[in-house]
Ligand binder design. Structure first.
Ligand SMILES: [Mg+2]
Length: 273
């Protein structure tokens, strides 16, 4: 049986009635008092989603992108904001990304869309040196797997002081514009970077994006908002089930989670290094 991880603060957080954020943090995985990790010493590749995983869920970056997508659709269809917003969310839910829906139904240029929606002010992002150190301390390769564009990932990682930590970025163009959670996207990623899923870990803020990684044998970790943080996820993206069998670990503190992994790996070595 797995010995799951849960941050201490999760155990201490007061569950708020009707608060789905707390529900997902407290419910899917039993809390382990000792944060025990098992079977991590075989992991040699660490794969990270970008948006709302490598930067805090309550920073203003994702809302800016979200608003740019709405603006793109207002320009495209000549609809009012509310109608554009509704259509955007319909596409997102049905196709996995708004872009996919616009491409399939309206032959929108992916380049035009991606350059427009990622043309945002990132000045609110500050370098996250503790997270950079925690990622650097992980033994092995580190890669970004994002449904966004390479430029967006590069600029965002640079703003966070994280770009030097990653070997490469696999973006939506590398994925031939097929977004996570489609199986083909993960298979293209694994093939392109010669990653063995059975010796890899995946970090994500959207739980449905962990289904295929788990099926393929990756260790999976769901990064959720801290209690009280704004929640960027759509309502259908917030798990309500008590059981998330494809999620091995849940954390609301990625940096601490990674430091705990490194600590567990170090203490597991027979020579104590
Ligand atoms: Mg994300």
């Amino acid at each position: 049986m797995k010995a799951p991880y849960a941050p201490a603060q999760s155990a201490q957080a007061e569950p708020a009635a009707n608060d789905a954020r707390n529900a997902i943090e407290l419910s899917p995985i039993p809390l382990a008092p000792d944060h025990t990790f098992i079977n991590l010493s075989h992991i040699n590749t660490w794969v990270f989603d970008l948006d709302n995983t490598l930067y805090p869920a309550d920073c203003d970056l994702w809302p800016k992108i979200d608003q740019r997508i709405t603006a793109f659709m207002i320009n495209l269809f000549g609809l009012d904001g509310l109608s554009s917003r509704a259509l955007q969310k319909y596409y997102y839910r049905r196709y996995g990304t708004t872009l996919r829906g616009l491409m399939d139904d309206h032959a929108v240029s992916a380049d035009d869309f991606l350059s427009f929606v990622h043309d945002i002010d990132r000045s609110s992002l500050l370098p996250n040196l503790p997270l950079a150190a925690a990622i650097a301390a992980l033994p092995g390769r580190k890669l970004i797997l994002t449904n966004g564009s390479r430029d967006h990932a590069q600029l965002t990682a640079e703003a966070l002081g994280l770009s030097a930590m990653f070997e490469d970025i696999f973006d939506i163009v590398d994925a031939e514009l097929v977004p996570k959670p489609e199986r083909a996207t993960y298979e293209r990623f694994l093939n392109k970077h010669a990653v063995d899923p059975k010796t890899s870990a995946m970090f994500e803020d959207i739980e449905r994006n962990l289904v295929i990684p788990h099926q393929k044998g990756m260790m999976t970790a769901l990064v959720v908002p801290r209690p009280g943080q704004n929640d960027h996820r759509e309502s259908f993206e917030i798990a309500t089930s008590q059981a998330l069998p494809h999620v091995d670990y849940v954390t609301s503190d990625l940096e601490k989670f990674l430091r705990d992994i490194v600590g567990a790996l170090g203490s597991a070595r027979p020579d104590g290094e």
